[in-house]
Write a protein that binds this ligand. Structure first.
Ligand SMILES: Cc1ncc(C[n+]2csc(CCOP(=O)(O)OP(=O)(O)O)c2C)c(N)n1
Ligand SMILES: [Mg+2]
Length: 303
């Protein structure tokens, strides 16, 4: 970083917690996402990481890149680990230190789902960020239940036959105080949501779309562009759910055709017109459903 860059990094607005020199691949969405989230949370934060690319990015002690205490836990227990640390801080009278867990889509949608559900059911006090790059990237691009339909991965060489699991609906069903989607292509929205989450107590869940240039088969500079295109095509809308009931749409997209997003990525390059139209129809249906939920009057819900 040059002198100007270093000065900018030190101003109040741009104070970076994450250090340069991390171990992510060039253009990694997770590195961008973690950096933005730590900036928004500030240096009095404790991080929990589980096996995923995030664990690699941080690097080993004593050279870890995160700039805050980071606890490595097992793949399937990001949420209860965060809950335990959060409780331990409170027992010591420390109430103002947020605990944030970073787990991948494999660690959230699949392997950590049971323990996440238990912690959310108890409304444990932590922020959970699912860093969704839509496959098990760290182990070489295997399909997960977050992989979109038709996408190539190493274990879906002819295209994924399953549909992406609806993790936001699963989290909403737990009636947690705060759940939101976010995209590294919309940094202000992401920052706002992290700050909002910080001000709420209980289980807070962020579903962050975090492209992986290697696994999505695109150029290194494409992560934020693809993450923004997912939002602009309604494939990944930006919204919040309060108490599992109140839906708010945070951004009116440009309604671009899904093709705009799909054509950016080599993992979809085998798709024909029929598959593209199937994705368009499914996206339109989900977008209409979401708008309906956001328009619903929820003031009289007092459950
Ligand atoms: C119980 C367990 N199973 C499997 C692994 C091996 N493993 C480590 S990272 C990883 C992939 C993680 O994928 P994801 O959660 O999507 O995170 P990403 O690497 O994509 O960021 C796997 C399978 C492990 N460490 N522990
Ligand atoms: Mg992943």
């Amino acid at each position: 970083m040059d002198a100007g860059g270093a000065m900018l990094a030190e101003t109040a607005l741009h104070k970076d917690i994450m250090r340069p020199g991390h171990l992510a691949c060039p253009g990694c969405g997770h590195a961008i996402g973690v950096r933005m989230i730590l900036r928004a949370l500030g240096e009095r934060t404790v991080v929990v990481i589980v096996p995923s690319c995030v664990a690699v990015i941080s690097g080993p002690f004593p050279n870890a890149a995160f700039g805050v205490p980071a606890f490595h836990s097992a793949f399937e227990i990001a949420a209860p680990t965060a809950a335990g640390i959060s409780s331990a801080l409170k027992i010591q009278g420390i109430e103002d230190v947020p605990v944030v867990a970073f787990a991948g889509d494999g660690g959230t949608f699949d392997i950590g789902l049971q323990s996440l559900s238990g912690a959310a059911d108890r409304n444990e006090d932590f922020i959970y960020v699912c860093m969704d790059n839509e496959a098990y990237m760290n182990t070489g691009i295997q399909v997960s239940s977050a992989t979109p339909r038709f996408a190539w991965t190493g274990t879906s060489p002819a295209g994924n036959t399953r549909r992406k699991k609806q993790i936001m609906e699963i989290m909403a069903a737990h009636r947690i105080p705060y759940a939101a989607t976010a995209s590294i292509g919309f940094p202000e929205d992401l920052t706002d949501k992290v700050k909002r989450a910080k001000g709420i107590r209980g289980t807070r869940f962020l579903h962050l779309l975090s492209p992986c240039p290697t696994g999505w088969k695109m150029a290194e500079n494409m992560s934020p562009i693809a993450a923004a295109a997912a939002v602009e095509t309604n494939i990944f809308p930006l919204y919040e759910i309060l108490d599992g009931l109140h839906y708010t749409l945070n951004y009116r997209s440009q309604n671009l055709p899904v093709e705009t997003y799909l054509k950016m990525q080599g993992r979809f390059k085998h798709l024909g017109e029929e598959e593209i139209q199937a994705i368009q129809a499914e996206t339109d249906r989900a977008w209409a459903d979401l708008q309906e939920k956001a328009a619903r009057r929820t003031d009289d819900y007092h459950f």
